[in-house]
Design a protein. Sequence first.
Length: 312
Amino acid sequence: MTFVTFHASLNSETEDILQSKGVHFNTADIYERQINWLLRSAEFYFPACRMVVITDLDTNFNDLIHDRLKGSVEIFRAKAPGHGAMLSRARAQVEWLEQEKLNQTLQAEPIILVDSDMIINGSMDELRSSDYDVALTYRTHRKMPINGGVFIIAPGQMDNALRFSRWVEQIYTSKFSDDLWYGHQQALIETVGRADFDASNKSHLLAHCPSPSSGDDQPVRIKLLSVEDWNYTVDVTLKSARALLKARILHFKGTRKLLMEPYFSAFILSNRGFFKCFSFYRKAITQDWRPKLAKRSQKFKLLFRSSSPESL
């Protein structure tokens, strides 16, 4: 398995633009720590996995990687221009895929590109199948039903994944470039095709992505994965506690980032049994963590936050 994530520091202009739209950033080491938790969780379930962090030319990563991971994490510095937000990520991912193809990297296992505020939570054997080219996670959301935080490439499907990613980036640039944060998810549903998505059985569909060289409309086979299993938003409820037992990838959006460290410590470094899971969440609910998370995020300015914890 190959696990890939992205992080780049924002410039002041981008921060001002996002803040004007109700999205606020704070400079802190939370991003460095969450990348370490992500990569260490991947290593926990897949000891021989390849780990890659995509970034820009300027972001400082001197102290990013945990000592136990140093030497095993690749840092790829993309030259693609961008604003440091989602458009920058889309362009950087395309550049990394192009480099992988140029290097003729052997791709015998799936490639999982994920947000940095995620934790790998279990086996992913079914991703080794040959019935798809790329996989995306979907949710119940009329405007943006496909969440861009997880993008999976099937074994041996680098060419189709690159063609799909180029098309998404092209649509983002031409139609949604003014939306630095949600433009990527809007470009994803447009690439997939809203009508095709609505008419699908939420299992598989075809996306028509013209080849940049010939212009031929070659379909890309897309596997649709439920966010409940593959991009689960963690919360402090008993329902969420039960869901943690089956979700493969966990997403700690917004103020939930403060739950990453206790989850990593309790379930990755210790026993992940049901009773430990139940005990952890019972304690979280009893102590009423929801207001505490919001209060701590303001007091210590540890993390990215906005008017809604769903903004990530």
